[in-house]
Design a protein around this ligand. Sequence first.
Ligand code: ZN
Length: 108
Amino acid sequence: MADFIDKTKDFATGAFNTAKLHAKIIAEETKIRELYYKLGREYYYDLENDVDDISGLEVLCEDIKQRLAKIATMKKKLESCEHLKTCASCGAVNPDKNQFCGKCGGRL
Ligand SMILES: [Zn+2]
């Protein structure tokens, strides 16, 4: 019985951790969309005003790059926690029993 409770607790903790990881990934993806928007706006401003200094744009690009790497690491971690596969086409996470991506329909 104690063993059963321990296993249930482990399972609940695992589910909680993966839910937290999912939430973190979504937060990073939201942040990246904001950064892309900002990047586009700043690029537009620079072009309209003949600004040659693109260091501001490079900082945004670097931020996006680091967040993408962070997401990739978190997705790998999720895959090992759950039985999951990441779609090579769109990056959506799918159960590893799926043969096709639930988001884009691509082969997994
Ligand atoms: Zn897909």
